[in-house]
Ligand binder design. Structure first.
Ligand code: HEM
Length: 366
């Protein structure tokens, strides 16, 4: 009796669902042939099919390929039942993007560990001079730490969005993970503005010192002296390696900001179609008739790729600015660096500073 009642309920629910699907406005895509009316769809007939209870494969294939019907919604994709590019997008995002991202980070950490094992901490070769010179002003350090601090928060909360469900959720449980991820998403959205402000500030302060020149080629040819003791190629305020970090931060950061903005304010930009059109002027043939949905999907993937590459680059930067090189951190800590450190790594800059005011801004060490 109980079983019969349950079956009856299930049959009634199924019938109600079929009636709903048949009459629901805006939910069905149409072929050029007029689709069967609601009354034909009831009783087992496949909606949209002229074949009765048999499924019309051509019809469903068209839908699977993203054919658009009519809908009451004004949205450009309102009549599309299946946006097939979404499958590709999900496959790329959950597949290669996440996998290569992990390998990239493991790779860079492995390389830094190997470099540390082989080269050790790069010392001040002539020993500390006991005299310091001002390397960065308070404003410069503020700009650096605004960019750096916000980037680190963005990286942690962003990595949680990408990998947290695999790493943290099994450990802390769904409830706690949902809570921290929700909070992290909010923080990510707002800290982004501090990062953009930091980017603008360091760009204004440092762009003039980061224009590439011939000295950079010589510095690069000698590997910056990083791989051998006693080699100190000429350098002004920033060497070629630092210029690479600067431009990676500025260009990568700008690209992250734009694609991030597109995610904050969805379905409003055509930035990828516009960029592709620009690239096509160089002889490429990229698609420019992207739907707003495709724009959004590209923004998610691009934001992920650029952030992973930037995190890898910045890990190397953090290494060399802290444990990797004796005397480097002080530049962004107190702003004063040891004169011998400055002479070894930025000799031309020291000469410039000295000539500005006789003894430059050098001060005795405390
Ligand atoms: C704990 C993290 C970090 C540490 C310890 C650190 C350390 C440093 C140091 C010591 C310098 C000055 C180097 C010199 O005197 O020549 C510097 C410069 C710089 N930092 Fe950082 N930094 C960190 C994070 C970041 C982040 C997250 C970014 C950007 C997203 C960043 C961007 C830059 C840029 C563009 C420069 C100027 C170019 C260069 O020196 O490479 N830093 N950093």
């Amino acid at each position: 009796m109980q079983v019969a009642l349950t079956k009856l309920k299930a049959a009634a629910a199924l019938a109600a669902l079929l009636v709903f699907l048949a009459v629901a406005p805006g939910a069905s895509a149409q072929q050029t042939d007029p689709a069967p009316g609601p009354e034909e769809a009831v009783g087992g007939a496949v909606p949209g099919s002229s074949l009765g209870v048999a499924s019309d494969t051509d019809f469903w294939r068209e839908i699977r390929r993203g054919a658009s019907g009519t809908a009451q919604q004004p949205h450009e994709l309102g009549g599309v039942l299946i946006q097939s590019e979404g499958d590709n997008w999900r496959a790329v995002r959950n597949g290669p993007l996440k996998t290569y991202g992990v390998w990239l980070m493991i790779g860079i950490i492995g390389l830094l560990a190997l470099f540390f094992a082989l080269r050790g901490r790069i010392k001040i070769e002539h020993g500390p001079a006991g005299t310091t010179i001002e390397r960065f002003t308070g404003l410069e350090r503020f700009g650096h730490w605004l960019t750096a601090g916000s980037f680190i928060v963005l990286a942690i909360t962003g990595l949680n969005l990408m990998y947290g469900r695999y790493v943290l959720m099994p450990v802390m449980g769904k409830e706690a993970y949902a809570f921290i991820t929700n909070a992290g998403k909010w923080v990510h959205n707002w800290i982004a503005f501090a990062f953009m402000a930091g980017l603008v500030l360091i760009f204004i302060m440092w762009v003039a010192h980061n224009i590439p020149n011939k000295t950079d080629l010589k510095w690069l040819a000698k590997g910056g002296g990083l791989f051998s003791k006693g080699v100190h190629p000429d350098s002004k305020k920033f060497n070629a390696g630092q210029k690479i970090i600067f431009w990676a931060t500025i260009l990568g950061g700008a690209s992250l900001s734009l694609s991030g903005w597109a995610l904050l304010d969805p379905f409003t930009t055509t930035m990828f179609a516009d960029t592709f059109a620009l690239v096509n002027t160089l002889g490429f043939n990229l698609p420019t008739n992207l739907t707003l949905m495709e724009e959004q999907q590209l923004a998610v993937v691009w934001h992920g790729i650029v952030s992973l590459v930037m995190i890898a680059i910045i890990l190397a930067h953090i290494y060399i600015g802290s444990i990797g090189m004796e005397g480097a951190f002080a530049a962004m800590g107190s702003g004063q660096v040891d004169l011998n450190w400055a002479r070894e790594h930025h000799n031309l800059w020291v000469e410039e500073e000295m000539s500005k005011s006789g003894v430059g801004r050098a001060q005795p060490a405390e």
